[in-house]
Design a protein around this ligand. Sequence first.
Ligand code: NAG
Ligand code: NAG
Length: 419
Amino acid sequence: MANPRLLFPLLLSVLAIASATVYFEERFDDGWENRWVKSDWKKDENMAGEWNFTSGKWNGDPNDKGIQTSEDYRFYAISSEFPEFSNKEKTLVFQFSVKHEQKLDCGGGYMKLLSGEVDQKKFGGDTPYSIMFGPDICGYSTKKVHAILTYNDTNHLIKKDVPCETDQLTHLYTFIIRPDATYSILIDNEEKQTGSLYSDWSLLPAKQIKDPEAKKPEDWDDKEYIPDPEDQKPEGYDDIQKEIPDPDAKKPEDWDDEEDGEWTIPTIPNPEYKGPWKPKKIKNPNYKGKWKAPMIDNPDFKDDPDLYVFPNLKYVGIELWQVKSGTMFDNVLITDDPEYAKKVAEETWGKNKDAEKAAFEEAEKKREEEEKKDDPIDSDAEDEDDADADDGEGEDSDADDKSEDVADTKEDEDVHDEL
Ligand SMILES: *[C@@H]1O[C@H](CO)[C@@H](O)[C@H](O)[C@H]1NC(C)=O
Ligand SMILES: *[C@@H]1O[C@H](CO)[C@@H](O)[C@H](O)[C@H]1NC(C)=O
């Protein structure tokens, strides 16, 4: 017979999942275009990029599609509406997956939550948002997870560094904000950062400040080391000369006192000389440590118990500039239940990640082989090595490469002729 005590925790977790409120969930199935609005932002300038509905060049499930930026040097803006809600007294979970199939050197992979009324056709870089979350990469210096909270009409960046993933595989980003004003940031279901909205953003003025009135007491001894009063200058110390006559110097044989003047012995530094005498330093027995002003309550601080609350969340959007396209978004979820988010994560990203990795490695192998073929200098050098190791096959490909070589050279010449 089953032990009822073992059943109990299982039941609890089922209940927890059953009670999840899902504000928004998009797995990008057919019909997604009816739920999302492509903005006209940057269209006039011909700078609005197209989205590709695809499972990508490598994936764990070819039927699982997302939306991918498909044109280089373009702005992207797209959004979806959901029934307005407030996260007051509730946990807020914002989760999505992102994959940079291009080797992203500069571009964002973040999403935004917007509040109030937004003209989705005009959604763009200037549209106010409530939360911006997700990876951002630019050069070697920026490889971070953005977690921007808008408070009192001001965007506040997280003060902690949260590194993002930089490879070409799908990763899952989760932002959790709780009613006790704590938060967590997860990547691939693993917590990467956690803390308080009070300390990790500067949403409110600091709770405590250094007392501006406080002064260091006159008798505060903050010298850690002092000269040893017991230490005494050794007798004869000051008689030691800085320079001494060079004991190895000899008057040159052809020196003529009358013509050359009186010969003087050159001097050299005295190895015994140690500079002016200074007493040894010892630890100061009266040392009180560095003085610090005492902290007092900041008169400008006014607590806001609703610091974590976004009362009118209503849209989720992607607004990006991409130099190199290929960023793919999928499995967007907004819920009040981290457990449910975890479950969805396992069903989607978790289920496909190993197969996707294998597919990526296969694609990389192919790409490297293609590159070898396309690069005659490299392949020539390698073919020579190969020819020693195995005959037969190697010779055929040698011949192929040579003819390609000729073609390449000819093309080059043509170009030069034109110039
Ligand atoms: C969309 O993505 C697929 C898979 O990577 C690719 O074959 C296709 O060319 C893309 N289409 C556009 C318009 O970029
Ligand atoms: C909100 O912003 C205004 C204008 O910048 C500022 O004067 C006010 O102190 C801010 N309030 C809080 C609670 O930060």
